[in-house]
Design a protein around this ligand. Structure first.
Ligand SMILES: O=C(O)C1=C[C@@H](OP(=O)(O)O)[C@@H](O)[C@H](O)C1
Ligand SMILES: C=C(OP(=O)(O)O)C(=O)O
Length: 443
């Protein structure tokens, strides 16, 4: 039987970063293949427009005229700060708070839904020591707030990556706009979601920003190519970013490994799925989905044209640390329900502060299909039972796109999946259900 072929949607994380870099690059950039979704063209783009960049867009082709001298907020004589509405996008919120802080004037940052419960303090504390003033409109450390800035001073700064990598990504992307070189280091006890920091460095490099990464070897700091830093440890890596300008350019956004995971997962549990448009050498951590599906027992093949295919096998439960690829957890948890034996997912306490409390939301879906699950302080222990084939089951998405997309996998086990809010997929993948229909129709 021929595999169903799906072309991967554009990377959400790269789209955010390419829009930011192009908006900060004086001159004209042409971006192709930008993800059209609520978080990217619906949140990051309008916020950058409010800061002073201009855009013309035809689908995912975006022509950007970058800001001539950095982000501009409202001046002291204006009664209203410039509004940055980040919607439900954590990436927009954390990255653009740092970018706006590196500009001038007053900005009000607001969001929607869960975004007002997702923490900001780790980032804003550091921005405050850089000279930025915050006025909290509801709760200290959370949206909404008004920020007044005269730019970043530069010099040393340290941030913890225990709950999110987005704080460091924001500081890195904003650092070239600081008055002096910035030396960023990692505090805290552990690092999660490291590959997203590497993606930020990749886009900075692609848009001409000079920076050095140093790792500690014994008592000395050694310059290290950023691609060689696989998983950073607190106190063992630092970044030196020179004041500089992003350089305008043409740029093509690569495919998204996170949103590919639902289709690759379908290949593992049902019938072969082939995907085009994914980079085998991508810096995206969610490329790990291939290794994880292989560990379950699925087979993975790359062909010479760069198409990857996943086919089913005898699936058995696995024990997996997903600290560096948290967005894959809902997919992996659903695949675990098709496997024999227990699956344990570890090191993902940060899933509790995403679009929903994802440990509880995923556990709710597992219970809805009569399997057993234990919610651990930092993960899930899943004991699958036979799926309720032929039955209609109601699922609570908690308005979380990754819940809606991952629970849909259960249709391949014969479950009539009823989602309370299927439209929440628009956050990252508005065309998800149209693509999914191809999997079910087998064409
Ligand atoms: O920087 C990014 O593009 C992202 C970082 C990750 O968040 P955390 O670093 O908060 O885990 C990830 O979950 C999110 O979907 C995208
Ligand atoms: C956590 C996610 O995104 P964000 O943090 O940008 O809201 C996600 O897409 O799963």
């Amino acid at each position: 039987m021929q595999p169903v072929t799906i072309s991967a949607p554009a990377s959400k994380s790269v789209s955010h970063r390419a829009l930011i870099a192009a908006a900060l690059a004086p001159g004209e950039s042409e971006l192709s293949g930008v993800l059209v979704s609520n978080d990217t063209t619906g949140a990051t783009l309008p916020c950058l427009l409010a800061m002073g960049a201009t855009f013309t867009r035809d689908g995912g082709d975006v022509r950007v005229r970058g800001m001539a001298d950095g982000p501009r907020g409202a001046t002291a004589d204006s009664s209203k700060p410039v509004l940055l509405d980040v919607g439900e996008s954590g990436t927009t919120c954390r990255l653009l708070t740092a970018i706006a802080a590196a500009g001038r004037g007053a900005f009000e940052v607001r969001g929607a839904g869960r975004m007002h419960q997702r923490p900001m303090a780790e980032l804003t504390t550091e921005l405050h020591s850089q000279g930025v003033d915050f006025q909290w409109l509801e709760k200290v450390g959370y949206l909404p707030f008004v920020m007044r800035t005269e730019g970043l001073r530069g010099g040393p700064a340290a941030v913890s990556l225990e709950e999110s990598s987005q704080y460091l990504s924001g500081l890195l992307l904003a650092a070239p706009l600081a008055a002096k070189p910035m030396q960023l280091s990692i505090s805290g006890a552990k690092v999660v979601s490291w590959p997203y920091v590497a993606l930020s460095l990749q886009v900075m490099e692609d848009f001409g920003i000079p920076f050095t990464v140093e790792t500690r070897q014994g008592d000395a700091w050694q310059p290290t190519p950023w691609r060689e830093v696989r998983a950073a440890e607190p106190g063992k890596v630092r970044f030196i970013v020179q004041p500089s300008r992003y350089a305008a350019r043409a740029y093509t956004v690569e495919g998204d490994w996170s949103n590919a995971s639902y289709f690759l997962g379908a290949g593992a549990v049902s019938r072969a799925v082939a995907m085009t448009g994914l980079r085998a050498d991508s810096v995206q951590g969610d490329r790990a989905i291939l290794r994880i599906l292989q560990n379950f027992g699925a087979s993975v093949i790359w062909d010479s044209a760069g198409t990857v295919s996943v086919s089913p096998g005898e699936l058995h439960g696995i024990d997996v640390d997903m600290g560096q690829c948290p967005d894959l957890v809902p997919t992996v948890a659903m695949v675990a329900l098709f496997a024999k034996g227990e699956t344990i997912i570890r090191n993902v306490a940060h899933l509790r502060i995403k679009e929903s409390d994802r440990l509880e939301a995923v556990a709710g879906a597992i219970r809805a299909v009569d399997s057993q699950v234990e919610v651990l302080p930092d993960g899930l222990r899943i004991a699958p039972r036979a799926l309720p084939t032929g039955k209609s089951v109601d699922f609570a998405t908690h308005s979380d796109h990754r819940m809606a997309m991952s629970f849909t996998l259960l249709r391949l086990g014969g479950v009539d999946v009823r989602l309370d809010d299927p439209r929440c997929v628009a956050k990252s993948f508005p065309g998800f259900f149209e693509e999914w229909a191809k999997v079910e129709q087998g064409t």
